[in-house]
Design a protein around this ligand. Structure first.
Ligand code: HEC
Ligand code: HEC
Length: 339
């Protein structure tokens, strides 16, 4: 619009018009609000600075770097460093504290539980289930029924060296394959199966006495005269109706006929010591851990508080339905898998 054109002033508002007219309607040419103009100018200046300071322009080989040298990786790195620094403060105290001190100190306890929970999800949930309730062959870690002991020191030892794993300090024992290796004939295995079932409350059969005799001679060394199990041998309590390999008659028969030998890798070579300690505290709290002090109580046959209350954990994921088909990422020796 050229200057020499005569200015057209709207008669009602007294404001200049743009000169455009649509069916007699004219457009007023109000000036832009001042604040708006300022914001507009500031954003232009800001964008100029941004183009220089930050990576902005694509180039043939990538993009301009920007004078601030910003990258998202660097930002991630910095925030991770910050987290690590914050953890470091706890880690030092955690590493120097005894288990008792950790349980007494709210902060250290929370630190252990959080670290333990996340390490558990990463490393253990594949076998023991996300909720640690286990499945057939993989023990439930949230009840207070322990194969190898539920004291902090027991759990620590189990984690560090594994169970029937490939090292000298691993927890190890092997129940004989009574049927398969013909230590007992079939009728004897049947009798002792029914005897074992009667320990957790099923109706005793008329072979009870025979079964009991076989049990005393062949099984009590590991499972105890009373069948309540022994942590030294990882021999389960057979009286509590908690079954590692299933409590149906056929399952128990198979456990005795071929014998089981669950294996867990040693975590010492895979996880660092603080993580193992965090996991130890986490599991001890989850699973009604035993106190270091009541070691003598075991001898006194303290009844388990949950006797008969637990059933086998439901198999939550497809892997647990066929654990023998479930390939574990860890090399296992071909110890004694039921054929
Ligand atoms: C490859 C499968 C597998 C993985 C992974 C695994 N476990 Fe195990 N875990 C087992 C088996 C099988 C047993 C039982 C061994 C037996 O029969 O004595 C077991 C037993 C245990 C026990 C002993 C329970 C008791 O009653 O004494 C603890 C504690 C345990 N696991 C903790 C862990 C933790 C913590 C992790 C992760 C760092 C983990 N497990 C990862 C298979 C696994
Ligand atoms: C050398 C020690 C030892 C002897 C002897 C022994 N067992 Fe075992 N038994 C074990 C161990 C260890 C396990 C656990 C295996 C595992 O965790 O994989 C076990 C597991 C079992 C189970 C499975 C329990 C469950 O929760 O699923 C039954 C049943 C059983 N034994 C019965 C017997 C009977 C009956 C005898 C005698 C005829 C016997 N055992 C002799 C060590 C022994």
């Amino acid at each position: 619009m050229s200057e020499d054109k005569k200015k057209d002033i709207d008669q009602i508002s007294g404001v200049e018009t743009t000169g455009h007219s649509w069916d007699g309607l004219k457009e007023l040419n109000n000036p832009l609000p001042r604040w708006w103009v300022w914001v507009f100018l500031v954003t232009i200046v800001w964008s100029g600075w941004y183009f220089v300071a930050y990576p902005a322009w694509p180039t043939l080989s990538g993009h301009t770097e920007g004078t601030k040298g910003y990258t998202q990786f660097k930002e991630l790195q910095e925030s991770q460093d910050e987290i690590r620094d914050r953890q470091q403060a706890y880690l030092e105290r955690f590493n120097n504290a005894t288990y008792e001190e950790i349980l007494d100190d709210r902060e250290l306890y929370a630190f252990a539980m959080a670290g333990g929970a996340s390490a558990f999800k990463d490393n253990c949930a594949t076998c023991h289930g996300t909720g640690a309730a286990g499945g057939k062959g993989y023990p439930n870690l949230i009840d207070d029924d322990w194969l190898w002991g539920g004291k902090l020191t027991d759990i620590h030892q189990t984690l560090l060296h594994g169970i029937r794993a490939d090292n000298y300090d691993t927890r190890i024992s092997q129940m004989p394959s009574f049927g398969k290796d013909k230590l007992l004939n079939r009728a004897e295995v049947e009798a002792v199966t029914d005897y074992v079932l009667s320990l957790s409350g099923t109706e005793p059969k008329d072979t009870f006495e025979q079964g009991q005799e076989i049990f005393r001679k062949n099984c009590a060394t590991c499972h105890g005269e009373d069948g309540k199990g022994m942590h030294e041998f990882g021999a389960p309590n057979l009286t509590d109706a908690i079954w590692l390999y299933g409590g149906k008659r056929a399952d128990v028969f198979e456990s005795i006929y071929v014998a089981r030998a669950g294996m867990m890798p040693a975590w010492g070579p895979r996880l660092d010591e603080p993580t193992i300690r965090q996991l130890t505290v986490y599991l001890h709290q989850l699973g009604g851990g035993e106190s270091e002090l009541d070691a003598d109580l075991e001898e006194q046959e303290a009844p388990l508080p949950d006797e008969g209350q637990y059933k086998d954990a439901p198999l939550e994921s497809p892997e647990y339905e066929n654990p023998e088909e479930f390939e574990t990422p860890i090399e296992e020796e071909d110890a004694a898998s039921p054929e």
